[in-house]
Design a protein around this ligand. Structure first.
Ligand code: ATP
Length: 236
């Protein structure tokens, strides 16, 4: 049964790539419930299905009819493209390769996320983007282009861009993979602080054992199966 605070509720989810003879099942009967404000880390071997699950939850690929994948009470199994577009508005995304636009400055990259969703004036958008960059410690780099920023700084711009709309859910795929250990630590600490302040829920896929302690809960994916019963609570 779904609890009232469940932000993400997954029951008996399967996923297949390809068709006919070439069809391959990559997710097997996945069950997962994530509550408001939780930080959940998903870990597990390469190729086990973590990114597939993250992109399904994020509405970045279509979940096939069968089980149930509810995000903010909306069923995404069998959802059409328009429904997925709407569902994506509640999310902020942070990927390994930050995906900044190289032709835009830091503040322009962050502002772009606001342009998609809001009816703010240009002035308001710039103010909010500058505030967000200030929060991630880049108030002095507003007009820098990505090529003139370090890896950690670029990832912080990506965090500012993901959080500037106050998303209810942040989905992060290997956000520290390209960073040295100090920058990686800074980036996840920042995600944790901002998420707690804004009350958003984080699902983070990582191989990086150094950051596991930011999680309220760790779930493990292997061969397309998600292990919930080995859930570790690091809160206490
Ligand atoms: N678009 C696709 N078409 C066919 N197979 C795919 C596709 N995307 C992923 N796969 C396969 O699905 C399986 C799960 O991949 P996925 O990327 O979800 O794993 P992962 O756990 O995120 O791995 P990694 O940690 O290396 O990123 C793999 O066997 C992969 O080859």
């Amino acid at each position: 049964m779904m609890t009232k605070e469940a932000v993400i509720s997954i029951q008996n989810l399967n996923h297949y790539f390809g068709k006919g003879q070439l069809q391959k099942q990559v997710l097997f009967d996945v069950n997962l419930e994530i509550n408001t404000g939780e930080i959940v880390i998903m870990t597990g071997p390469s190729g086990s299905g973590k990114t597939t699950l993250l992109t399904l939850i994020g509405g970045l690929r279509s979940a096939q009819v069968g089980g149930s994948l509810k995000v903010l009470q909306q069923e995404l199994c069998g959802a059409n493209a328009a429904e997925l577009t709407l569902a994506r508005r509640h999310n902020g995304y942070i990927f390994q390769a930050h995906n900044l636009h190289n032709s835009l400055t830091a503040i322009q990259n962050v502002r772009m996320a606001l342009e998609l969703h809001n009816n703010l004036s240009v002035k308001q958008m710039l103010e909010r983007s500058a505030q967000m960059l200030d929060l991630v410690g880049l108030g002095h780099r507003l007009n820098y282009y990505p090529d003139d920023l370090s890896g950690g700084q670029k990832q912080r711009v990506a965090i500012a861009r993901a959080l500037v709309n106050n998303p209810q859910i942040v989905l992060a795929d290997e956000p520290t993979a390209a960073l040295d250990s100090k920058s990686g630590r800074d980036v996840v600490n920042l995600m944790q602080t901002l998420a707690k302040e804004q009350g958003c829920t984080i699902l983070l896929v990582t191989h990086d054992n150094r950051i596991l302690d930011i999680a309220d809960r760790i779930v493990y994916m292997e061969d397309g199966k998600l292990t919930n019963n080995s859930v570790m609570s690091l809160a206490s």
